[in-house]
Design a protein around this ligand. Structure first.
Ligand code: HEC
Length: 102
């Protein structure tokens, strides 16, 4: 019984810990190239993470970008249509491509 009381006290004591100072979170805006296909990218790629994830990859091949878009759909379950997949891949390769298909 005493051990149960001890465990209960131990568990609940951490819950009452409080942080009183103001925390300022940095806000970073990642700007991406705007063209006719930007909207498709905007519609599909900003729900879960910032554009920073995309920009941080640097210049990449068309295959890389296509694999990234497909990964978002198949692994992370982003509802990206096949039409948008093609549009976004072309958009990413046009603005953030290294000129290589593979
Ligand atoms: C359903 C949520 C979701 C959507 C929508 C989404 N992503 Fe992601 N993305 C993730 C997750 C989760 C990660 C991995 C995060 C980590 O590993 O820290 C990620 C990581 C990435 C990365 C980093 C490299 C990698 O493969 O892990 C890139 C590039 C990327 N996403 C591109 C895109 C693009 C382009 C789109 C739009 C077509 C998109 N994401 C839409 C969830 C999403």
């Amino acid at each position: 019984m005493r051990i149960l009381l001890f465990i209960t006290l131990l568990l609940t004591s951490t819950l009452s810990a409080e942080y009183t100072q103001k925390v300022k979170m940095p806000s970073i805006t990642f700007k991406m190239a705007e063209d006719d296909n930007f909207k498709a990218m905007q519609r599909n790629c900003q729900w879960c993470h910032s554009y920073g994830y995309i920009l941080n990859q640097g210049k990449q091949s068309k295959e890389f970008w296509n694999k990234s878009v497909v990964k978002m759909r198949e692994v992370y379950k982003a509802p990206i249509s096949v039409k948008d997949e093609i549009t976004i891949t072309n958009y990413l390769f046009k603005h953030y491509g290294n000129g290589k298909l593979q």
